[in-house]
Design a protein around this ligand. Sequence first.
Ligand SMILES: [Zn+2]
Length: 562
Amino acid sequence: MQISDEQLKDIVVQSKLVKLEELEKAFKKAQAQEKDLGDILVEEGLISEEYLTKTIAETLGIDYVDLSNIKASKEILNLIPEEMARVHRIIAFKKEDNILSLAMENPSDFETIDFIRKKTGFNIKPFLASSRDLDKALGYYKADIQKDFAKIIKENIAKSKVAVPEEEPKGIGKVAQDVPVVKIIDTLLEYGVAQDASDIHIEKREDKTKIRFRIDGVLHDIIDLPKEIDEVLVARIKILSRLKIDETRLPQDGRFKFSRGKKDFVSLRVSIIPSFYGEDVVLRILKESQRVLTLNELGLTGKNLDIVKGAMEKPYGMILVTGPTGCGKTTTLYSILNILNTPQVKICTIEDPIEYGVEGIEQTQVKPEIKLTFSNGLRSFLRHDPDIIMVGEIRDTETAEIAIHSALTGHLMLSTLHTNDAVAAIFRFIDLKVQPFLLASTLNIIAAQRLVRKICQNCIESYIPDKKMLESLGIKFDQKIKFYRGKGCPQCNNTGYKGRVGIYEVLNITNTISEIINKGTTLEEVKKQAAKEGMIFMHQDGIDKAKEGITTLEEVMRVTKA
Ligand SMILES: [Zn+2]
């Protein structure tokens, strides 16, 4: 950042936005981690990035621009080529006479300003913009792809038909490397990434190949491709991920990296499964540059947040996150790890797969073929003397035993379990033959979660839901009760939703709960006691978030029905 931590601290103190003790804590953390105080304050959710950026601009006497309020025309945006904009992190957003307004991460970077002035021939007026705004604005370049997507695909299908003669003298592997096929796959990947898809599905049907993207957890039909080219498409993906082209009857898994410019890589995990009409492909898009979210951004707020923070301060014991596949458990663990990750501690993980690479952490990938399982991995890195351990998942007795043992012997243990709610995790352990007295003394907290889609803030509207719906959710109807939904707009592809957030329940293993686990108990008894101690159940957290206009009642119902 361009102002000193001390300067920022003074400004924040005067603003009274952050409690003094929290500010001091953040300041110490910034020094310990050699990070900017501003970044820590944003990471911890104490101030917003917009506030930080605006404050810096004011202090330095530079103009600030809120890019989210400005939609630059294509013509102005393209005055600076995408590559250059990405490298220097700049966006052209206004042009008057001979003056080009430039949003920048670092407006005092005179070298860049000079460079752009010479390149474009305009005088440059620099503005400070937040990095999140810049990231988003850089995505505008991709808007072209969306428009041209269908066209590019159609053109290349026409060409690839010429390239795939009936007799196929070149062999399928060769054709798969021809320009049209390469272009179709590249366009699919580009478009998928631009749309923030988490998965690209290529599905075989009787008479066509369906392309679907999973965006914010929901599958969307994108385009249908003609049947004739499906073999070469799959072959192309097999070549990219170094799989056997001639193997069409067994499932295959692989990985490859897709380059979008010099420094920008996207990793893809490939899964190919034979189906009735051919081979189905799922590409999981793993964004390496993905920022780890703060606990606040994940959806951990209020009391839930306090309990999680409390558990993170304990030097040993277990922090568990539970829920079904795809509910964001791993993301939550990474956010916790990211906060715990300081130079003073050693963190080891064993994961399947490693979803984010984190600097300063020893990460190991499970490899069953060489007998590197969760339990073996855990046992071997106990010898590395870690302070904090994360095991991707506890699903067998052996792993459960070693995990409990590590938590008992002075390690902070983080892991996930596959149960519907927080309390059920206790009984899952008992099923895995863990003694209740060991559980009672090692568990710190159990958080259960689901992901709900967030309402698009661009087209949000309030409404009064009908009585029946509210009653089915256990909410008392009154005339003034208001909930929210998205009307649908271009920014959210007319879905009314944009992005996702977690809804949580966090069971704090207090002394009383620990005691009842120890003496042997039932699910109902634990739930009753937890409710008595003020635990917010997931359903309630969801309804609270719907009341605040973060998500809809429909989403809460969708994800909480068992
Ligand atoms: Zn919208």
